[in-house]
Design a protein around this ligand. Structure first.
Ligand SMILES: C[S@@+](CC[C@H](N)C(=O)[O-])C[C@H]1O[C@@H](n2cnc3c(N)ncnc32)[C@H](O)[C@@H]1O
Length: 260
């Protein structure tokens, strides 16, 4: 018998080992399957999105900026409705996106839009004159949109008059420090007093797009408030019931407010 451990000995640890954190830079975002994500999420208007639309369209209508300004939607993915809610108040709309696949999808979508946007627009415009006055919203968005390659962690400060960020800060990393940084950088990209709306998945454990799994940071309204409080005022966070999108999350959250 010898005390030396054979090189080929395999050690097996029992019990659960915490998964290592997955940061935003650990993911190849250019593998994001845009068409699968669109079909699953925006092929039709669901009740949760209709409720979010109600909250943010009402908010923008009352928080109207005095002049037409520059708007930004951060991490647009394949979702046009956040940008559409800013349309009556913006002269340019930056669709700011890291994934090449999503930028290509957005450019094509503005040329040849899917029919489902009609239902999203009807929900936005119904009973709201500034929206209802716009005849062909996708055409107007097309003429004002700049599909822009960008990384939220490099967003410049004090650039835009209003902004939206939907399911991004918590859905691009498992790291709470990156979630907080992303949420604050989004708000900081706006001018002082600029209105914003942001949506978040609650208690998400990550998500599949096509065959690929993407990381998420499990947060509640407490973490959203903590992340935004240093940079936002008039902060209002509302929970939106949602349970049939997929497994592994506990509803949605919408934050509205103004840049401090
Ligand atoms: C869960 S999707 C949300 C897409 C869309 N906003 C929506 O409402 O469904 C997350 C999006 O963030 C983008 N993204 C990931 N990392 C990013 C980064 N560092 N900067 C900007 N966008 C990023 C992804 O490519 C993807 O489009």
């Amino acid at each position: 018998m010898t005390d030396e451990i054979d090189e080929e000995t395999v050690f097996t640890r029992t019990g659960t080992v915490p998964a290592p954190p997955v940061g935003n830079a650990d993911v190849n975002w250019d593998e994001f399957d845009s068409q699968a994500y669109f079909q699953h999420n925006y092929g039709e208007l669901r009740r949760d999105d209709a409720r979010i639309i109600e909250i943010i369209a009402n908010f923008f209508q009352t928080a109207i900026p005095k002049r037409l300004g520059r708007a930004i939607d951060v991490g647009s993915g394949t979702n046009l409705y956040p940008a559409l809610t800013m349309l009556p108040y913006s002269s340019r709309v930056t669709l700011f996106e890291r994934a090449f696949t999503n930028r290509a999808w957005l450019s094509h979508e503005l040329e040849e839009p899917n029919g489902s946007w009609k239902y999203f627009w009807d929900a936005i415009a119904s009973g709201r004159l500034p929206y209802a006055n716009i005849g062909d919203p996708i055409d107007v968005l097309h003429s004002r949109a700049d599909v822009t390659r960008g990384n939220i962690f490099s967003l410049e400060e004090d650039r835009y008059d209003m902004g939206t960020m939907f399911f991004v800060a918590e859905s691009i990393t498992t790291r709470i420090d990156e979630f907080e940084r992303a949420a604050r950088l989004f708000v900081n990209s706006l001018h002082r007093n600029a209105p914003f709306a942001a949506a978040f998945m609650r208690d998400s454990s990550g998500y599949l797009v096509g065959n690929q799994f993407f990381p998420a940071c499990s947060i509640t309204e407490v973490e959203v408030a903590r992340a935004l409080a240093p940079v936002a005022r008039n902060l209002h966070i509302e929970l939106v019931e949602s349970n049939d999108l997929r497994e592994g999350y506990g509803g949605m959250m919408v934050a509205t407010g103004r840049k401090k």
